[in-house]
Write a new protein. Structure first.
Length: 160
C-alpha cells in the first residue's frame, strides 16, 4: 500500500473553485476521461449537495471506471470528493479523497488537500508499481489543478 498526499492553493474564492470543479470534465488537460455520468444528485435536509458520478477513462487499459461521490456544503464552505475504481479491483485499488476549503488566512483563496491510497494486489513488484502509480497520480493532480484554472479562465462570466 502506498499513500500519496498533496496540498494546493488556488488564487480564487471557494465558490469560484467549486463551480469550476463541478464542471471539470471534459477538459483539454485530461483527455483520458471519455465520459461522465451523473447517477444521482440530491440536496439533503441541511442544504448539502450530494452527487454520485461515474467517470469512464482510457489509460491504456480497457474500460477503467471510477465512482465519485461528492458533498458540497455551502454553509460550511467545504467540498469533499471521494473516488475509487470500480473496475480491475482484483488487480489494483485507488481510493482518493479531495477536500476544498477556503484558505484560513485569505478568503480569496481556496485550499485543496488531496490524498490517495494505492494498493496493487497479487504482484511480486507491487511496492514498485504502487510508487509508479503515485507518480502518475501526482502528475494528474497537477493537470487537475490546471484544468480548474482553465475552466475559471474560460468561463469568466459564468463561473466567477
Amino acid at each position: 500500500m502506498k499513500i500519496w498526499s498533496s496540498e494546493h492553493v488556488f488564487s480564487h474564492p471557494w465558490d469560484t473553485v467549486i463551480k469550476a470543479a463541478m464542471k471539470k470534465y471534459p477538459n483539454p488537460m485530461n483527455p483520458c476521461v471519455v465520459g461522465v455520468d451523473v447517477v444521482d444528485r440530491s440536496l439533503d435536509s441541511e442544504g448539502r449537495l450530494h452527487s454520485h458520478r461515474l467517470l469512464s477513462t482510457e489509460w491504456g487499459l480497457p474500460g477503467l471506471v471510477r465512482a465519485k461521490h461528492s458533498v458540497v456544503d455551502p454553509t460550511e464552505k467545504k467540498m469533499v470528493l471521494c473516488s475509487s475504481n470500480i473496475t480491475l479491483t482484483n488487480l489494483v485499488s485507488v481510493d482518493e479523497r479531495l477536500v476544498y476549503t477556503p484558505h484560513p488566512e485569505n478568503p480569496e483563496e481556496t485550499v485543496l488537500i488531496q490524498e490517495a491510497v494505492i494498493t496493487v494486489k497479487g504482484v511480486t513488484l507491487s511496492s514498485y508499481l504502487e510508487g509508479l502509480m503515485a507518480n502518475t497520480i501526482s502528475s494528474n493532480a497537477r493537470k487537475g489543478w490546471d484544468a480548474i484554472e482553465w475552466i475559471i479562465q474560460n468561463s469568466e462570466g459564468t463561473v466567477s
